[in-house]
Design a protein around this ligand. Structure first.
Ligand SMILES: NC(=O)c1ccc[n+]([C@@H]2O[C@H](COP(=O)([O-])OP(=O)(O)OC[C@H]3O[C@@H](n4cnc5c(N)ncnc54)[C@H](O)[C@@H]3O)[C@@H](O)[C@H]2O)c1
Length: 330
């Protein structure tokens, strides 16, 4: 392959237009050559804005185009799997937005197809490119809090609209939209995995999850507690990690990290740090850079589809546990 990655955009909605395409447009080794959307006006708008020549109504057709090396998939949750499979069947590198499918069955299909094809397939967990979240991960890996004892994390905001207001089984709700992000972040930051899950979900009248509280017992013994809601008057996004030697908390809204550590003298007392410039646009630029570099060098994937699958297994378990009242072993 040449040193330029020729990219197609499948889905020309908010995430593509506001974050992913602008991020790609700033990468010298990436070229936006095609875009597709079932809504022709959205495809045309993105094509005009980013000077894209080929415009399709069908993402599969775009994937099969000989002009494209890689496809960015950002479509509503209920279409993620089918569009991703068409990209993988065409043998193209895949960037797929979270949560990669509606449930673990769909996630497993995507992960298996990616494994078989051997292309670079990356999941859009862009919070892994947040400056403050990367800083927290580095502190944890450096032993600033000692052994992790427990984690408290939350993410959410006001009521969801559009296709996100659909029933959970059709891809709506906060668990799939933001709970997936938050669950991934905690596993990534702690470097751990789920052993068992217990959850309680409050559903709204339309069958969409409104507020969920869930506990994940991690394999190394720590517990992580999550709250994901679309019923709060303010947007919130925090991860708070407590260990045998300290504590670190990140509040993404506000660019604030609070550290207290018995290991690092300058953080002996709770210390509030500001991490400016930690915005979505820059995060997605770093994320797109990682994808382009991985695709041009034929891997490895910075965030493999197996990471998307493990999150979907946990979300499935949250819903199952809420229904049965029992813990679900992973
Ligand atoms: N990483 C993040 O922080 C972040 C933020 C927002 C959204 N997302 C994710 O991005 C994805 C898309 O969300 P969005 O906010 O852009 O939604 P959106 O509704 O704004 O855009 C989706 C677009 O996909 C098009 N579409 C639907 N089916 C299609 C198909 N089969 N082929 C081609 N186009 C199709 C729609 O017409 C629409 O233009 C979701 O997975 C969502 O979770 C991620």
């Amino acid at each position: 392959m040449s040193k330029i990655l020729r990219i197609g955009l499948a889905g020309c909605g908010g995430q593509t237009r506001n974050q992913l395409a602008p991020g790609l447009a700033r990468i010298p080794s990436a070229r936006l050559v095609a875009c597709a959307d079932v809504d022709a006006s959205r495809a045309r708008q993105v094509a005009d804005e980013f000077r894209i020549e080929e415009v399709y109504g069908d993402a599969g057709e775009l994937a099969r185009s000989g002009d494209v090396d890689a496809v960015i998939v950002a479509v509503p949750h209920r279409h993620l799997k089918s569009v991703a499979l068409s990209v993988l069947e065409a043998g193209k590198h895949l960037f797929i937005e979270k949560p990669i499918g509606l449930n673990a069955t769909e996630g497993a299909e995507v992960a298996e197809a990616a494994r078989k094809r051997g292309v670079v397939a990356m999941v859009g967990y862009c919070m892994r490119y947040s400056l403050s979240r990367m800083f927290i991960k580095a502190l944890l890996e450096g032993g600033a809090v000692g052994d992790v004892a427990f984690v408290v994390a939350g993410k959410g905001g006001g009521p969801l609209g559009g296709w996100l207001a659909a029933p959970y089984a059709e891809g709506g709700g906060q668990l799939l939209f933001l709970g997936s992000h938050l669950t991934d972040q905690v596993l990534w930051m702690t470097g751990d995995d789920a052993e068992a899950v217990s959850g309680s979900v409050r559903w709204n009248a339309g069958g969409t999850d409104e507020t969920s509280a869930y506990t994940v017992r991690l394999r190394r013994g720590a517990v992580a507690s999550f709250t994901v809601s679309q019923a709060t008057g303010v947007s919130y996004d925090f991860v708070d990690v407590y260990g045998t030697k300290g504590r670190v908390r990140g509040d993404w809204y506000g660019d604030v990290v609070t550290v207290q550590s018995r290991v690092i003298p300058e953080y002996a007392h709770p210390t509030v740090l500001r991490i400016p410039g930690d915005n979505l646009r820059e995060m997605c630029h770093r994320e797109m850079t990682a994808f382009v570099e991985a695709a041009l060098s034929a891997g490895p994937s910075p965030i493999p589809t197996s990471d998307g699958l493990r999150v979907l297994r946990i979300l499935d378990a949250v819903v199952a546990s809420s229904q049965s009242g029992n813990w679900v072993r992973m």
